[in-house]
Design a protein around this ligand. Structure first.
Ligand code: FE
Ligand code: CA
Length: 531
C-alpha cells in the first residue's frame, strides 16, 4: 500500500470514527487489520443514485455523484460528516489505463454530492470515469471531451430531451438514448423532476389516467423534500443509463421549482420573499443533483445556468435560462388567450443581461450553425383557431416585444443557420420562424425543433385531435406529434437533421423506439424539408 493510500485510509478512518455513534448506515468491520478497520462500510450501496458527467470542454468535463446508501431515508443513510471519495478517469471501461485520478470531499452541506471539474484531457475523444469510496465502486460513466476550439468538425450528434414525470411513464426513452451510437452529448432543457405531490389518478387529455408509479411525498418545499425527489428519480435505472452514456448540458424549466414560476413570482401569488425561500431550497437541490461546474454554484435563490459551448467550427450552442429573469406571464397566464399585456413594452424573456449576451454571441459566432437551446416555444402558434386567437402565454408568444427583438436581431444582422431547440410542450414540433407581419423576402428567419417529453403526458397518440385544427391554422408548423420520446440531431456543415424519436408506450417498461419523422435544414436555407 502506497503512502498516499495509507494517509487516505487514515483520514477516512478518522471521519468514520467521528461519525459512527448512532448511525445505522455504517458499521465497523472486524478488527482484522488497520487497513480493514479504516474503510467505511455501507449497509447498502452508497452509489444508488448513479453517476453523471456534464458541461464538456476541450480538456475535460465535470463528473458527478452523490453518496446515498438509503436514498429516501432522513439523512439518506449518510453520517452528518464530510467523507472522502476517490475518482478515476480511464481511456478504457476497465480502467487499465487511468489517465487522471484524485480525491474529492462529499459534504453534508451539499447532500454528499461530488462535482469534480476534470481537466488535462485530450480534445474530441471519449473517456470513462468512476468513483470509489472504501471498498465500493460506482457505475462506470462515459463522456466525450469537446473538439479543440475552431477545429474543423465533420459531424455532431446529440439528443435533446426533458419533461420526465416519474408518475406518468417509465423513462424508457433514456434507455434508448443510452443505446444511440456516438452521442457527443445530451441536452436536457428541464423539467428533470416534477414538484407535485403523489397522485394516483390525473386528468389526462382524454379522461382519467392512472399513474404507473407514485411520488413519495407531498408537494416539495424544503431542501430535504427536493433532495428526496431527485433521489427517487435518480434511482431509475433508465435515467442512470442515459447519464452514464454521455455528458449532459442541463438547464431547468419550471418544475424544478414550481409550475410556471418566473423570476420571483409563482402562480399562487405567494409573497416574493416567501417564494424566495422555496426557490433557494430548490436551487440548491438542483445544483447538488446535476453535473454542473462551479460557475453554477448557487448564490442564495440564484444560479448561473445560461452558458455557451462551441463545438469546433460547426455549432455554437447558447444554452438559455427562460425562467429566472422573465417578467410575469401576461393576461393572467390563461391557456390559449390573448390581451393587450402581451405587447407590454418592458416585457423580458431572458432579462437584459442574458439577452445582450445572446445577441453578442450570435453576432460574433464563427461557427456554421448557431443553436439557441432553451425551454419555451418561439413559434407564436394560434392555439385557438376559429373565431378568436389565443397563445401559449407561458412561451415566447406571450412576450411580443422580446420575441420581435430576437427575430429582428437574427434578421437584421443576417445571422444564418440559426436553430432553436425547445421543450416544455410535451409534444414534438418542427416549424419555421417568421417576423410578425412576414419577413422581407418571405422566407423564414430561423427554424425551431421542439422535443416531446420523456414521459410527461403518458402514452399519448400520434396527434391530439385539437392539434389537427391548430396545425391547419398555422402554416409555419410543419410537423407535430403527441407521443413520448426525444429529438436526435445530426449536424454536418451541409445540413442540420432532426429525427423525432417516439415510443409506442411508456406505461410498460421496455417499449420500442422508432423514428416518427425526419426534418432537415440545408445550410443557408432556413426552410424545413422532410428528409
Ligand atoms: Fe414538462
Ligand atoms: Ca415545463
Amino acid at each position: 500500500m502506497s503512502r498516499i493510500f495509507e494517509r487516505r485510509y487514515e483520514l477516512s478512518r478518522r471521519a468514520l470514527l467521528r461519525s459512527i455513534g448512532g448511525l445505522g448506515a455504517l458499521a465497523a468491520m472486524p478488527l482484522l487489520s488497520r487497513e480493514a478497520l479504516a474503510q467505511p462500510i455501507f449497509r447498502s450501496n452508497p452509489f444508488q443514485l448513479g453517476v453523471a458527467a456534464g458541461d464538456p470542454a476541450p480538456d475535460g468535463f465535470v463528473i458527478w455523484t452523490r453518496l446515498a446508501p438509503e436514498p429516501l431515508a432522513p439523512g439518506y443513510g449518510m453520517p452528518a460528516a464530510p467523507m472522502e471519495v476517490q475518482w478515476e478517469i480511464g481511456t478504457d471501461s476497465r480502467f487499465e489505463q487511468v489517465v487522471r485520478k484524485g480525491t474529492a470531499i462529499a459534504r453534508p452541506e451539499l447532500g454528499h454530492s461530488v462535482h469534480v471539474e476534470v481537466a488535462g484531457l485530450q480534445p474530441g475523444r471519449p473517456y470513462h470515469y468512476r468513483f470509489l469510496v472504501g471498498a465500493e465502486k460506482s457505475l462506470t460513466g462515459r463522456a466525450r471531451t469537446m473538439p479543440s476550439p475552431g477545429a474543423s468538425l465533420a459531424r455532431l450528434r446529440f439528443a435533446s430531451l426533458g419533461c420526465q414525470h416519474y408518475e406518468q411513464g417509465y423513462f424508457t426513452a433514456h434507455r434508448r438514448v443510452a443505446a444511440e451510437p456516438d452521442l457527443d452529448f445530451v441536452f436536457c432543457y428541464g423539467d428533470y423532476i416534477y414538484e407535485g405531490r403523489s397522485e394516483r389518478i390525473w386528468n389526462g387529455p382524454f379522461g382519467p389516467i392512472e399513474n404507473i408509479r407514485q411520488h413519495t411525498d407531498a408537494e416539495l418545499y424544503s431542501l430535504d423534500d427536493y433532495r428526496r425527489r431527485y433521489a427517487q428519480y435518480k434511482m431509475d435505472a433508465d435515467l442512470q443509463a442515459s447519464h452514464a452514456a454521455a455528458a449532459w448540458f442541463s438547464i431547468w424549466d419550471d418544475h424544478e421549482i414550481h409550475n410556471n414560476w418566473v423570476s420571483g413570482i409563482d402562480q399562487d401569488g405567494t409573497p416574493p420573499e416567501i417564494f424566495a425561500l422555496r426557490k433557494q431550497a430548490a436551487v440548491q437541490a438542483y445544483y447538488e443533483n446535476m453535473p454542473l461546474r462551479a460557475r453554477s454554484f448557487p448564490v442564495g435563490p440564484s444560479i448561473q445556468l445560461y452558458r455557451r459551448a462551441t463545438y469546433g467550427d460547426l455549432v455554437d450552442f447558447n444554452f438559455l435560462d427562460t425562467r429566472q429573469y422573465r417578467t410575469d406571464q401576461p393576461c393572467g397566464d390563461q391557456w390559449a388567450a390573448t390581451c393587450a399585456e402581451r405587447e407590454r413594452a418592458d416585457a423580458q424573456v431572458l432579462g437584459q443581461a442574458q439577452e445582450r449576451w445572446l445577441f453578442d454571441n450570435l453576432s460574433n459566432s464563427r461557427a456554421r450553425w448557431k443553436a439557441l437551446a432553451q425551454q419555451i416555444m418561439v413559434m407564436d402558434l394560434d392555439r385557438n383557431p376559429g373565431e378568436a386567437v389565443g397563445y401559449n402565454l407561458d412561451s415566447w408568444a406571450g412576450y411580443v416585444r422580446p420575441r420581435d427583438r430576437l427575430l429582428r436581431h437574427i434578421s437584421d444582422r443576417r445571422i444564418g443557420n440559426a436553430i432553436v431547440l425547445t421543450g416544455d410542450e410535451h409534444q414534438h414540433y418542427a416549424g419555421e420562424l417568421h417576423l410578425d407581419g412576414g419577413n422581407p423576402d418571405g422566407r423564414p428567419i430561423a427554424t425551431e425543433f421542439v422535443a416531446t417529453s420523456i414521459s410527461s403526458g403518458g402514452n399519448g397518440q400520434d396527434q391530439r385531435p385539437d392539434m389537427i385544427e391548430i396545425q391547419r391554422a398555422n402554416p409555419q408548423l410543419k410537423f407535430n406529434n403527441y407521443q413520448r420520446g426525444y429529438l436526435l440531431c445530426e449536424v454536418t456543415p451541409e445540413r442540420w437533421l432532426s429525427e423525432f424519436k417516439v415510443l409506442d408506450r411508456v406505461t410498460e417498461r421496455g417499449a420500442a423506439i422508432s423514428t416518427r419523422a425526419r426534418y432537415a435544414v440545408e445550410a443557408g436555407d432556413p426552410r424545413l424539408v422532410a428528409a
